[in-house]
Design a protein around this ligand. Structure first.
Ligand SMILES: Cc1ncc(COP(=O)(O)O)c(C=O)c1O
Length: 427
């Protein structure tokens, strides 16, 4: 019988990043009673009572009453193949303008199969040759580094520091690339509550990053997945909202905000693209062209569900986000308070204190590896995520990530008690 060799398959498949999450899923399956701080998924309490047919009806009503379609035409829009750029771009653009201060026309929005697909099509469109590199802030979300590996794009890690980005290192990396005849084409950055660190950029850092992008001729790929968890009075403008030069490609998702199973995200790409002898195009047009060769179009039914959820909140992302954001902030506060109450754990164990997002980053005085995770799960009934796979420079061996999003509040308190017992034993 034919047997294939991994060595004959694409090199990315052997990359540790690609398989890093499989072990976690496996350990959660083997220890079903463990309390897991691993999943960065939304809390199921927000999903149990969703009435999906009602969401679809809300969108069908909108098509008829605001877009002037007849009932059959509206239904067909959902049942058939759809435009590669998307169906609900008008609603997304309207919400981005009203809620996030991102003022772009619907034509510059591409609706994607989650933010994950947006990352794939953006990188595919932007990266021309092997000398185009992607800078990321390390530790970094494995979704973007995984896509870069799939596409054979060289990654340049820039260290995260207490201000979010080591700007000196970024500037230096651009100069080094130029000296070698390469260029850093784009920097992937989550300005609000990054995954895995929970780190954010303050307002001066956002301005400085935009200035540096202009100086170094970089594009910024802004991942906005967790920005909705910011307190209403503490939310900072996104990079895209501050962008005056069209340097920023904004990546959004409805997965964390409302419904991961719908797999709906989007890219905002209002950059102009010159094509000889042709009318001017937008980068969004190019992305849509790539997308049609990946998934043809994002499921119109799934787009309708998300649009219906938005319409039920008067089209407002902020209104949709409000109760969820409050729940996640309460969970995060509970996690941080429970950690602060831990007694008799060695003082060399440290953690950060984000003000939003799903994640806390913890530092141990010993490697937080898969062997230690096995002890944690089997002997103490608590699971977490080792951070090493998020680091691109071999660092992070002693770090772990705690996520607060998926657990009930009481589980968080109980889980930290178990974590305390585990840390007392092993550190
Ligand atoms: C930072 C970040 N961006 C994007 C995503 C993926 O979003 P989607 O489910 O829309 O593909 C995740 C999911 O974990 C994430 O943590």
């Amino acid at each position: 019988m034919l047997e294939l060799s991994r060595a004959d398959l694409h090199g990315s498949l052997g990359d540790p990043v690609m398989g890093s999450m499989t072990f976690l899923t496996e350990i959660m399956r083997r220890y079903p009673d463990a309390i897991s701080f691993a999943p960065g998924a939304p809390h199921v309490g927000f999903l149990d009572d969703l009435d999906l047919p009602r969401c679809i009806d809300s969108y069908l009503d909108y098509l008829q009453h605001e877009r002037g379609m007849d009932a059959q035409g509206a239904r067909r829009l959902l049942y058939e193949y759809g435009p590669g750029k998307g169906l609900i771009n008008d609603l997304v653009a309207r919400a981005l303008r009203a809620d996030l201060g991102i003022d772009v026309p619907p034509e510059s929005v591409v609706i994607t199969v989650g933010a994950q697909e947006a990352m794939l099509i953006v990188l595919r469109a932007l990266y021309r040759s092997a000398s185009d590199l992607l800078a990321v802030i390390s530790p970094c979300f494995v979704g973007i580094t995984g896509v870069a590996r799939l596409l054979g794009i060289g990654i340049v890690p820039i260290q995260e520091n207490s201000g979010g980005i080591d700007f000196g290192q970024l500037e230096n990396a651009c100069a080094v690339a130029r000296a070698r005849g390469e260029r850093i084409r784009a920097l992937y950055v989550a300005a609000d509550f990054s995954n895995p660190s929970g780190t954010s950029l303050d307002l001066p850092a956002r301005h400085r990053l935009l200035d540096m992008a202009a100086e170094q001729d970089l594009l910024l790929l802004e991942d906005n997945a967790y920005a909705f968890t910011a307190p209403a009075d503490g939310a900072l403008p996104s990079l895209k909202a501050l962008d005056r030069d069209r340097r920023v490609i904004h990546l959004g998702t409805f997965a964390k905000l409302c419904l991961p199973g719908a797999r709906v995200g989007f890219a905002v790409a209002d950059q102009r693209v010159r094509v000889h002898h042709e009318p001017e195009r937008l980068l969004a047009d190019e992305l849509a062209m790539v997308k049609t060769m990946v998934t043809v179009n994002t499921s119109p039914v799934c787009q309708a569900i998300v649009a219906g959820m938005l319409l039920q909140q008067n089209g407002s992302i902020n209104a949709l986000a409000a109760p969820r954001s409050e729940f996640y902030r309460d969970n995060l506060a509970r996690l941080l308070a429970a950690l602060a109450r831990l007694e008799d754990v060695p003082s060399r164990i440290k953690w950060n204190r984000p003000t939003g997002g799903f994640f806390v980053r913890m530092y141990l005085p010993r490697p937080a590896d898969l062997a230690l995770l096995e002890i944690s799960a089997s002997e103490h009934g608590v699971v977490w995520t080792p951070m090493a796979p998020f680091h691109l420079d071999g660092g992070g061996a002693n770090e772990l990530r705690l996520s607060c999003s998926y657990l009930d509040p009481e589980e968080i308190t109980a889980g930290v008690r178990r974590l305390g017992a585990f840390l007392r034993q092993v550190c």
